[in-house]
Design a protein around this ligand. Structure first.
Ligand SMILES: Cc1cc2nc3c(=O)[nH]c(=O)nc-3n(C[C@H](O)[C@H](O)[C@H](O)COP(=O)(O)OP(=O)(O)OC[C@H]3O[C@@H](n4cnc5c(N)ncnc54)[C@H](O)[C@@H]3O)c2cc1C
Length: 361
């Protein structure tokens, strides 16, 4: 992006470190409330937002509690986000509610998922109709699927293009006066912020550096329990109109997510302990393809377009860390979205922006 414009905003000066969905979402939300925002990003390999599959379908998860509330709230926030982006001149983030299809060979597994999805969908603004589908209907919805799968269709299941979402949030923030610096940000023990060696003045700092957040904060003696978890996924292309195909969820950690123009994203590995190693590996690609072809053997002849690798900011526990740093006035953190940041990130960025500006007024 690299926009070096001068902020036209008159509110407090806020520097956001990191421009993945967490930083870009916070920056946009701050800029639309009048803050003078500077976004600094180092362009590190393994940015999770660039790799994310883009599923926005929280209702079938077996996670509950506060995590589920944020996850489901994030999905329901999307229509509002899209309207706000449009006001700032951004009209496409690759979001579409083309449905989600939860499948399994064991009907009892689908019975159990159906029970929780029906209750949750009834409380959601975006989940839409939920219906049981036969094996034949499932293959009409997603033709490459294996035979013999029982299914549950959630009409409002959505997907978003993580790269388009990030670009849209940054473009909208820029349209509202935010400045973007391509630089590595560093905090020292006196909490002086530099970007590429240049000091930056700020009334508030938001560290939204994904899996790197703990590294950025460590010179201050502040620890955030987040570690990189590598995820690899593969983009395939089929010769079909995939725009209306639902995402497929086999009640397992892997999935298939159709986009436009025949693109189908299949993934993903969850490599806890990977460290900051953002390589694609032979074993990772083999696992992703084996899982995908087991549930959708009709993809065997698809073109392999590319592999993407991202480092998820894996929290220690379920919940993200989004809020002020104790005893450090003006310093905030926004990270720990794990496997759900494309769903939750924009909402949590918005809530955090509101809080920061309320605390500074
Ligand atoms: C394979 C995969 C599949 C996924 N699928 C989904 C999905 O289907 N649905 C869903 O909701 N979520 C999904 N996710 C999760 C989601 O992508 C992440 O939770 C989210 O993108 C994290 O965003 P972030 O902004 O916290 O981190 P990132 O996107 O990693 O951004 C962090 C940024 O900080 C910058 N940075 C770091 N240190 C510094 C520094 N010192 N100075 C300046 N900049 C710095 C980096 O350059 C980077 O751009 C997936 C993730 C992966 C990897």
């Amino acid at each position: 992006m690299g926009k070096q414009g001068v902020s036209t905003q008159s509110g407090p000066a806020v520097v956001v470190i990191g421009d993945g969905v967490a930083g870009a979402g916070t920056a946009f939300a701050l800029a639309r409330r009048g803050a003078a925002v500077t976004i600094v990003d180092a362009g590190l390999p393994g940015r999770a937002t660039d790799a994310g599959a883009g599923i926005v379908q929280p209702w079938s998860t077996n996670a509950g509690g506060d995590f589920y509330e944020l996850y489901a709230g994030g999905a329901d926030f999307y229509p509002e986000l899209i309207a706000r982006l449009a006001e700032a001149g951004v009209h496409d983030i690759g979001y579409r509610r083309s449905g989600a299809l939860i499948v399994n060979r064991d009907a009892a597994v689908i019975d159990e998922v159906e029970a929780r999805v029906r209750v949750r969908a009834a409380a959601s603004r975006t989940a839409g109709e939920v219906r049981r589908v036969t094996d034949v209907e499932a293959r009409e919805l997603f033709p490459p699927l294996a035979a013999g799968l029982d299914g549950l269709h959630v009409a409002g299941g959505a997907r978003v293009d993580g790269r388009a979402l990030r670009a849209g949030l940054l473009d909208a923030a820029a349209a509202l006066g935010a400045t973007h610096l391509d630089a590595t940000a560093a905090l020292d023990a006196d909490r002086v912020l530099t970007a590429g060696g240049e000091p930056l003045a700020a009334d508030a700092i938001v560290v939204a550096a994904g899996a790197w957040t703990d590294r950025v904060l460590r010179p201050l003696g502040v620890r955030v329990r987040v570690e990189p978890q590598r995820g690899q996924l593969v983009h395939l292309r089929v010769d079909a109109d995939t725009r209306a195909w639902p995402s497929v969820h086999p009640v397992a950690p892997h999935y298939l997510v159709p986009f436009d123009a025949g693109r189908i994203v299949v993934g993903a590995t969850r490599e806890t302990g990977s460290g900051f190693d953002a390589r694609e590996t032979a074993a990772g690609v083999r696992q992703v393809l084996a899982d995908a072809l087991a549930v959708a053997p009709g993809l065997a002849d698809a073109t392999l377009v590319e592999t993407r690798v991202g480092l998820r900011p894996l929290p220690d526990g379920d919940l993200p860390t989004a809020g002020p740093v104790e005893d450090r006035p003006g310093l905030y953190v926004n990270t720990g979205f794990g496997a759900g940041g494309l769903t939750m990130g924009p909402l949590i960025g918005d809530l955090l922006a509101e809080r920061i500006l309320a605390e500074m007024s």
